[in-house]
Design a protein around this ligand. Structure first.
Ligand SMILES: Nc1nc2c(ncn2[C@@H]2O[C@@H]3COP(=O)(O)O[C@H]4[C@@H](O)[C@H](n5cnc6c(=O)[nH]c(N)nc65)O[C@@H]4COP(=O)(O)O[C@H]3[C@H]2O)c(=O)[nH]1
Length: 807
């Protein structure tokens, strides 16, 4: 070691030694850098990198040796033989290349071997280079020193490669480079130290054309250039590779994010080139029931229903901005309504084809919602039957067909009889259930091509198509009347209702749908008038009557609002003594244009259109108010329509009016008819009972005209029975009428119910009634209904009957 040190310090130009060491380090660093590139490069590029490494390492090692040799000053002139010098360069490059190729395989032991080869190459290069020395003397090398130098080179090179290639990072590269520098320099200086130059004066002096320093500078410059190029190339490549690795990493991350994004989206995505699917997402695979990988490669058109293919083809061809609706074919064969939106990637790839993306949205829910809304818009929510709107639409279609093929169409309009009663009594739940059951029966009673609809409330209608026989609609109406006439089970309670039906036909009764429905409606009124539970065909004259009715209804509403109505009072007198016991309140309407209209005309109308409630309440309040001003012994009799009893609070309201007007309950007499008791006797009797208990009197009006059921008289203690005026008017001519009067009076006596004879117009009638011991009389003989202003005289007359009889 000391010898080596002495040799370096005493026999070498230290400046050149430093340059040699620097070049050696640079070459060693470049070597490791190039091995790194070769390892990371592809097969083709790897050969280039090894070649470049061979040149750089070989030239670097050789330059180290050569400059260090120039730095050697053995006290004799030194020259260099060209042949061995060039050979040493070649050896350095070839063996370094071999070492690089071995070490870069990085299999176990290979870096060590590769490094050792490089070290051995450096040794071979050194001793061949030494042989190029031309001195005036003999150059001899000590064998042990030669072995030691070669060992330093081989072992040092192996260890340097082992450490330098353990990892491709700057630290390992630097460590490897330092070790390799030490190995090569150690090899060189040990080898040089062992060389002994024995001057020989006879030997020729070497030709020295170039100064050694200039030669050193030239070699240094060229080598530095080679090494710098190699190192710069390596660094640049490393930078590029790391950048492209980062780019690839970024792309991979971006693709992963993109995939996550596309997988997270609810929309199915199909990417395709031409019609071939090249990529897809999870939503699409779920939508199709096919794994993502299985979708790739398939034809886009395979994913859609046959009927959707032309639509999709056209849509994709036109590259339209708006979405289009198609049907997808799921793996299980079901068709899924979907909305697609296509987008084209204009950025073309190498082969010039364009990529398209189909965004596919499952619109099943939307379609179902639309269907529900459509259904709701066209159907009655309670019964599920078509509603008026759909009924009219169907009718328009049916009529168009009928006009084309000349077939007959019938429209049947139906109203439920006594529906209001069920609704009032059982509540809305019962009413709803009844309507549902009616709808079912309707559906069961018609053919599939016919249409049954609920037009509103308790109104139903049927369109009967292809009527082959004129009796057809009548037969159907009969069937419907029969079906609805059967009892309904409403929560265990058997309920009977009925239906009335009006029928209109096309051609004949109307050209358009509206006309036909109006005609059927008109016929329905007629059916109801005929006593309900029946049907009527439309006849032209019905229309006129209906129009008339409608006008009257409108005017009656106005009359109520504008107080055109008045209450007149007709005296009720004691039959025997003629004393006026009270007055019957009778409503009067003087129409501003048509003049007086009879209650016989407008009361039934008011009952039908629901005006009877406000009308009845108004009469009640007016009559009680007026009667409250009369003498205490005068009562007022007020007619109650059966329709008023449908109102649950009737008794309460009457008692409230009494309280409000101050009329004592025992001065109010309510006149009810027998028909009232037929529908729901228990309820009506309960209402009457409440009123009776409050002191109000109850009178059974028009007795003899209806059922004249004695059972009602027994069940409810009426205060009065009124014999209808039709019997009184016939009593003198018709023995039967007289017999009935006599029987009713007798019945009254036995049940201790007072009997009033209505419509007494003559003194002879009065006399006869007196003979039969009738209790009370009412009629034109005693006084016509009159305005309250005209009652003054009547109220003060003690015995109206006597006066009337006397006059
Ligand atoms: N030919 C003839 N007729 C006589 C005679 N005496 C009385 N009349 C008429 O007979 C009807 C008696 O009333 P009603 O039987 O209760 O029959 C009433 C009653 O059922 C109903 N009505 C009248 N006013 C009201 C009312 O305020 N409410 C209700 N619900 N019905 C009423 O209208 C029906 C008819 O009433 P009006 O036209 O006022 O007819 C009255 C009266 O004017 C007579 O000697 N000869």
């Amino acid at each position: 070691m000391l010898q080596v040190y002495d040799s370096i310090t005493q026999q070498h130009d230290l400046r050149l030694v430093i340059v040699a060491v620097f070049i050696c380090f640079l070459a060693a660093y470049t070597t490791f850098s190039l091995i790194g590139r070769a390892v990371e490069a592809g097969a083709k590029a790897r050969a280039w990198w090894i070649g470049a490494g061979a040149v750089a390492t070989g030239s670097g090692v050789w330059a180290t040796h050569f400059i260090a040799l120039i730095a050697y000053q053995p006290n004799v002139p030194v020259g260099y033989a060209l042949g061995p010098t060039l050979l040493s360069v070649l050896i350095a490059m070839v063996i370094s290349g071999l070492g690089l190729a071995v070490s870069m395989t990085r299999a176990i032991g290979m870096p060590l071997l590769g490094g050792a080869i490089i070290g051995a190459g450096a040794g071979a290069m050194h001793y061949v280079g030494m042989s190029a020395l031309v001195v005036p003397g003999i150059v001899e090398s000590d064998t042990s020193t030669v072995i030691a130098s070669l060992l330093i080179g081989i072992v040092g090179g192996g260890v340097a490669a082992l450490i330098g290639l353990a990892k491709f990072d700057p630290t390992h590269r630097l460590s490897g480079a330092i070790l390799l520098t030490l190995a090569i320099c150690g090899l060189h200086f040990t080898g040089v130290t062992g060389a002994v130059v024995t001057p020989d004066p006879s030997a020729p002096m070497p030709e020295q054309t170039v100064s050694p320093v200039a030669l050193a500078i030239a070699v240094t410059a060229v080598t530095l250039m080679v090494l710098c190029f190699a190192l710069a190339g390596s660094i640049l490549d490393e930078h590029l590779v790391s950048r492209s690795a980062k780019e690839a990493e970024r792309l991979a991350a971006s693709e992963a994010r993109f995939r996550q994004l596309t997988d997270a989206t609810f929309e199915g995505i199909l990417m395709h080139k031409g019609s071939r699917i090249i990529d897809t997402n999870r939503a699409m695979s779920e939508l199709m029931g096919v794994p993502q990988e299985a979708l790739v490669g398939r034809d886009v058109m395979d994913c859609v229903a046959d009927s959707s293919r032309p639509i999709l083809r056209k849509y994709m061809g036109d590259d339209i901005d708006t979405a289009c609706e198609i049907e997808l074919r799921h793996a299980d064969g079901t068709l899924i309504p979907a909305e697609v939106l296509t987008r084209t990637f204009r950025s073309e790839e190498g082969n010039g084809t364009t990529t398209h993306v189909l965004a596919v949205r499952d619109i099943r829910e939307r379609k179902e919602a639309e269907e529900r809304i459509r259904h709701m818009a066209h159907h009655d929510s309670l019964t599920g039957l078509p509603n008026r709107r759909m009924f009219m639409d169907r009718l328009v279609q049916v009529l168009a067909r009928s006009k084309r093929d000349g077939t007959t169409v019938a429209v049947l309009c139906m109203d439920l009889d006594r529906f209001k009663h069920v609704n009032d009594l059982g509540g809305h739940a019962a009413g709803d259930e009844l309507l549902r059951q009616v709808a079912r029966r309707l559906g069961d009673s018609i053919r599939t091509e016919d249409t049954a609809a609920r037009l509103g409330g308790d109104e139903f209608a049927v369109i009967q198509v292809g009527v082959a026989h004129p009796d057809g609609p009548g037969i159907m109406a009969e069937r419907l009347v029969k079906s609805i006439g059967k009892p309904f089970d409403l929560g265990g309670a058997q309920t009977m209702i009925g239906t009335s039906i009006g029928i209109a036909l096309h051609p004949g009764d109307g050209e358009e749908g509206e006309d036909l429905v109006r005609a059927a409606d008109t016929a329905l009124y007629r059916a109801k008038e005929a006593g309900r539970g029946t049907f009527r065909f439309f006849e032209a004259e019905m229309d006129v009557r209906l129009q008339e009715r409608r006008l009257l209804e409108r005017d009656l509403r106005q009359a109520l609002a504008e107080e055109q109505l008045r209450v007149h009072y007709q005296p009720l007198a004691d039959c025997g003594g003629g004393k006026i016991v009270g007055f019957e309140a009778l409503v009067r309407w003087t129409h501003p244009v048509r003049g007086p209209i009879s209650p016989v005309q407008f009361i039934p109308l008011a009952e039908e259109c629901g005006l009877i409630m406000p009308l009845g309440a108004w009469v009640m309040r007016r009559a009680c108010t007026d009667a409250a001003t009369w003498p205490d012994d005068k009562l007022v009799a007020v007619n109650l329509s059966p329709a008023q009893f449908r109102h649950a609070d009737l008794a309460k309201e009457i008692l409230a009016v009494l309280k409000e007007t101050g009329l004592p309950a025992n001065r109010l007499e309510l006149e009810v008819t027998e028909s009232l008791l037929i529908d729901d006797p228990d309820r009506v009797l309960a209402t009457l009972q409440v009123l009776k208990e409050a002191g109000v009197r109850i009178s059974l009006d028009d007795f003899g005209t209806g059922y004249s059921s004695l059972s009602y008289l027994q069940r409810f203690p009426f205060d009065k029975i009124k014999i209808d005026r039709s019997f009184v008017s016939q009593m003198e001519k018709n023995a039967d009428s007289m017999s009935i009067i006599r029987a009713v009076i007798a019945l009254g006596k036995s049940l201790r119910i007072k009997v009033t004879a209505e419509g007494v117009e003559s003194a002879s009638q009065l006399n006869l009634l007196q003979q039969e011991n009738c209790d009370l009389v009412q009629g034109y003989l005693l006084g016509k209904p009159m305005a309250k202003e005209d009652l003054g005289k009547m109220l003060s007359i003690a015995s109206a009957t006597h006066e009337a009889a006397a006059s």
